[in-house]
Design a protein around this ligand. Sequence first.
Ligand SMILES: Cc1cc2nc3c(=O)[nH]c(=O)nc-3n(C[C@H](O)[C@H](O)[C@H](O)COP(=O)(O)O)c2cc1C
Length: 243
Amino acid sequence: MTEPRGLPPDTVGLLEGIATTRAIRRYRDEPIPAEVLRAILFAATRAPSGSNRQPFRMLVLTDGPKAAEAKRLIAESARRTWGAKRVADAYDAGSGTDPSSPKARTARAMQHYVDHFETVPVLILPCLVRYRAPNSFEGASVYPACQNLLLAARALGYGGVLTGFHFGAEAALRELLGVPDEAFMAATITLGRPVGRHGPVRRRPMAELVYEEQWGTPPAWAVDPPGTEHTSAGPPTAHPPSR
Ligand SMILES: Cc1cc2nc3c(=O)[nH]c(=O)nc-3n(C[C@H](O)[C@H](O)[C@H](O)COP(=O)(O)O)c2cc1C
């Protein structure tokens, strides 16, 4: 494993890290040391952006009084948002009545996450300082930094998840933290030492997502590596699709 100069060593290679950076919503009750936060935020700030303008800003909230209040505000919003989604998406009906079903497991993880939101070790509010009228491409100058951040956390044995839970508390957060009007509050990321292990991500087979030459036609080489796990939207087996 290569060790970047002046940064902690990676615990995992880049490609393996990408394939195992899952949404982590349960954290051990441990702070993230400053040198780890430094490395994670360094990685975030190395992300690309349009014309290299670097309009993203990362507001990091750990254990200060404003951090506690921001966590409380977002926790309330998270509980409202998840509570409504749980009902609207019928998480407790159908297969959700079987506690071992993926639906029930997701509901439990989400409920635990929002119920314990005040105690997340680190909260990060990625923002985009707008320099022109909002447009549908602008997120491309802030979300790469968010993914760099999550990948760097994974590389150092930490984990997190990107959410939209700040949207229900945006006005109060702006007031509390002095976020100016021209800064778009792009996400809420929580980070910590995971309870449990980093599993492989489950996605659709790449042949459903990658096309060549024309829309809808996967390339012959679009074959997932052996052992790749898929979501239920994918095929019933973990083997590459045969064509
Ligand atoms: C744009 C976006 C919005 C998301 N919003 C939320 C959210 O509001 N709450 C949440 O708990 N997770 C949220 N997530 C996390 C996704 O649910 C998660 O990445 C996805 O289910 C895949 O999980 P996995 O990587 O563990 O397989 C969001 C992710 C993205 C990329």
